[in-house]
Design a protein around this ligand. Structure first.
Ligand code: FAD
Length: 399
């Protein structure tokens, strides 16, 4: 099949960039449009809760490519204007600025946005952390060394808590899980992380929901917990997860649920593909739909979609990879391959919790589903194949 003469990509971040680079690298010479709601050239989000928040990096360093490298891609680049509607029959995207973009193949790479707590819109001192502007606003508030209350003990909340302590802020972290990051890592590793945070001076309230952000004159003054207690704070960071940006696809016929629902090749039908945080596709072994919010997944899926678009839907190949994510907190580097969430078995196969250096293997239904490492990157990686091949748990976990 011949390549589509016009490819449009909506979402100018990690996944979108990877698509446009992938097709150009493969020699695609047709019209290539990249549409992004943000004003910025594609930038990296993981440092937002790490080096940028800590003041170690400036904003320039976040750019995924130098401006000259973007120029060489010869893009019809539409930054600062969101796609607001899609007509798949006409093959046309409507943008917020009133313009329209025609396409023969479209990639949805619109990612996710931070979930907010109801009633906090417009309240000073309440933050989320998804965009560069979010990170700069939080960094500015942290400069005054406020008492920061972090809602949520996931990756973003735990990382921001660590950075805020490093900047000398008083920090309280409230999580509805038993331990910080215990959703992803299980209770034992979560308890170890809790101990590390407590040693660094973070106060942790676990197993309790935040009911409401308290305000006075539109300024955050603290939170009320579901058990009725209140905690005073000067600033609140809401880190309660993200939701896919799919509303602009309403009425287009593109299947949307928890993200854009694709087949195994990341094709959603009608000339539409998806990549990155927004894409939901069936797990190659179980067939269950999954959506992954990891930086490397976004880049890998972007390249896979680039290949598949050029091959055409009928020759497209399934996307398969071992998901990888990392988290930096204080001097701990946590790395995860595969899916540790929802595991029914966990075993430490190297190192120990006491040493805070370890590799833990996660199993589900008797087979390895993931591996997590703390400060043992090389050893952790050696279990990646066991995850990829879903080998029997007992076989892989024999030290
Ligand atoms: C603070 C933070 C820390 C993180 N740390 C890590 C980490 O340590 N390790 C890791 O693996 N992952 C981490 N992640 C996750 C990682 O950044 C994401 O997986 C990655 O950014 C996903 O890339 P994406 O291109 O799919 O989506 P996104 O990066 O979300 O980009 C989507 C883009 O689409 C744009 N967009 C949305 N709707 C529209 C529209 N209608 N029209 C036009 N444009 C639109 C958005 O503005 C955005 O620019 C972190 C994320 C955050 C926020």
């Amino acid at each position: 099949m011949s390549a589509p003469s016009r490819i449009a990509v909506v979402g100018a971040s990690a996944a979108g960039l990877s698509v446009v680079e992938g097709v150009r690298r493969a020699g695609y010479a047709g019209r290539l449009t990249l549409i992004g709601e943000e004003q910025h050239l594609p930038y990296d989000r993981p440092p937002l809760s790490k080096q940028l928040l800590a003041g170690e990096w400036d904003t320039e360093r976040l750019l995924l490519r130098a401006p000259e490298a973007i120029t060489t891609l010869d893009l019809d680049l539409r930054l600062g204007s969101a796609a607001v509607a899609l007509d798949t029959r006409a093959g046309e995207i409507s943008l917020a600025d009133g313009s329209r973009v025609g396409y023969d193949a479209l990639v949805v790479a619109t990612g996710t946005r931070a979930r907010r707590l109801r009633g906090t819109e417009g309240v000073a001192g309440v933050h989320v952390l998804r965009t560069l502007e979010d990170a700069l606003a939080l960094r500015e508030d942290l400069a005054a060394r406020p008492h920061l209350l972090v809602v949520g003990g996931g990756f973003v909340g735990a990382e921001a808590a660590a950075v805020a302590r490093g900047l000398g802020c008083e920090v309280t972290l409230v999580t509805d899980t038993a331990q910080p990051m215990s959703d992803a890592l299980g209770d034992d590793l979560g308890a170890m992380l809790r101990a590390v945070h407590v040693e660094h001076g973070v106060r942790i309230e676990s197993g309790v929901l935040v009911d409401q952000v308290l305000t006075a004159d539109w300024q955050a003054t603290g939170v009320r917990l579901a058990d009725g207690r209140t905690i005073a704070a000067d600033a609140v960071l809401v880190g309660i997860g993200a939701q896919p940006n799919v509303e602009w696809l309403t009425g287009s016929g593109v299947p949307v649920g928890n993200g854009v629902e694709c087949d195994a090749t990341l094709y959603a039908g009608s000339g539409v593909w998806a990549a990155g945080d927004v894409a939901s596709w069936p797990h190659p072994h179980t067939g269950e739909p999954r959506r992954i919010e990891h930086r490397t997944n976004a880049a890998e899926q972007g390249l896979a979609v680039a290949r598949n678009i050029l091959a055409g839907p009928e020759h497209a190949t399934p996307f398969d990879s071992v998901p990888y994510v990392w988290s930096d907190q204080y001097d701990l580097k946590v790395q995860i391959y595969g899916r540790t969430r929802g595991a029914d078995q966990v075993r430490i196969v190297e190192g120990s919790l006491e040493d805070r250096k370890l590799v833990a293997l996660y199993g589900k239904g008797g087979r390895v589903c993931g591996v997590a490492g703390v400060n043992l990157p090389r050893a952790t990686r050696t279990y990646r194949n066991a995850v990829a091949e879903a080998v029997p748990f007992e076989e892989a976990s024999v030290a």
